[in-house]
Design a protein around this ligand. Structure first.
Ligand SMILES: Cc1ncc(C[n+]2csc(CCOP(=O)(O)OP(=O)(O)O)c2C)c(N)n1
Ligand code: SF4
Length: 287
């Protein structure tokens, strides 16, 4: 029977230490539901997470996981998927992790179109380091280190993804749990890089981008005549300065994932004959 509880380790002593009410709880529940609904099990799922409150997700989900280096989750996830294309690979992290220190990796992961899912818990702030402005913070968002706001327009992650050749670009809201899970499921089922930017409120350090703000301002694209396969329509929505959208912004239905386009089908964890001995030992340490 399909149940997200398979992704919860009830015996683990590693219970989430997120603040009560943090959006990351809802984000993670939706990911587990989507994994279960797509027929995945913990033993074929690999979660790679960055550093941040959001990055702790890898240690809370009952699957294979790696809690990596700040901003570097995507290249690790790419390597895991290339080494074993049969694994369901999910990469997760925060807006700081993905769009600041990891912005370069983000653009290249998008354009490679590796068949994995990238979930960004976008709370428009650095949570773990106690409330500094992030790349998605508003221009006038006051913090202790930016008392007059960052004074720069925020990064638009959806636009970055579209311009880098993204084949699946969606946005969800952690509190709209059913819809969020559906969108992550669509991302998993997409043939290629499924990107979901999730509004996942930080209840401790961000009193602007709150649950109430998103409840009042989000438009669900499923309730509009938006056609996600139309690139120009997607561009208009994504560049709309006043729009906060939930749903699939863009999907290329002809997307061919990297491993199919380039013939990466074998289990590459096999160490090739003739590999230098010290390199072989190094690889063995990691697998
Ligand atoms: C290389 C490196 N630089 C900086 C840090 C400090 N640091 C840890 S988490 C973080 C940002 C956290 O913000 P975000 O990625 O948005 O995640 P959140 O905590 O909000 O979920 C920073 C700057 C680090 N751990 N490593
Ligand atoms: S500081 Fe913010 S992002 Fe971090 S756990 Fe608390 S509410 Fe969540």
């Amino acid at each position: 029977m399909s149940s997200e509880t398979r992704f919860i380790d009830f015996k683990s002593d590693k219970q989430p230490t997120w603040c009560p009410g943090c959006g990351d709880f809802g984000t993670m529940n939706g990911m587990m539901k989507a994994l279960a609904n797509t027929g995945n099990d913990p033993d074929n799922t690999f979660v790679v997470a960055g550093i941040g409150c959001s990055g702790k997700i890898g240690t809370y989900m009952h699957s294979y996981a790696l809690h990596g280096v700040h901003g570097r989750a995507l290249p690790v996830g790419t390597g895991v998927k290339m080494a074993n294309p049969d694994l369901e690979v999910m990469v997760a992290g925060g807006d700081g992790d993905g769009y600041s220190i990891g912005a370069g990796h983000f653009v290249h992961a998008v354009r490679r179109n590796v068949d994995m899912t990238y979930v960004v818990m976008d709370n428009r702030i650095y949570g773990l380091t106690k409330g500094q402005a992030s790349p998605t913070s508003r221009e006038d968002f006051e913090t202790a280190t930016t008392p007059e706001g960052p004074k720069q327009p925020p990064v638009n992650p959806l636009a970055l993804a579209l311009s880098a050749g993204g084949t699946f670009i969606a946005q969800s809201f952690a509190s709209d749990s059913q819809r969020h899970a559906e969108l992550v499921q669509e991302a998993i089922e997409h043939d290629g890089f499924g990107f979901v930017n999730v509004f996942s409120p930080c209840v401790t350090f961000n009193d602007t981008d709150t649950y109430d703000y998103f409840r009042d301002n989000l438009t669900d694209l499923a309730e509009t005549d938006h056609d996600p396969t139309d690139f120009d329509e997607a561009k208009d929505r994504i560049m709309d300065p006043d729009g906060e959208y939930q749903g699939i912004l863009y999907q290329d239905e002809d997307s061919v994932p990297y491993h199919e386009a380039h013939g990466v089908t074998e289990d590459m964890t096999e160490i090739p004959d003739g590999a230098p001995e010290d390199a072989t030992d190094l690889v063995r340490e990691f697998y």
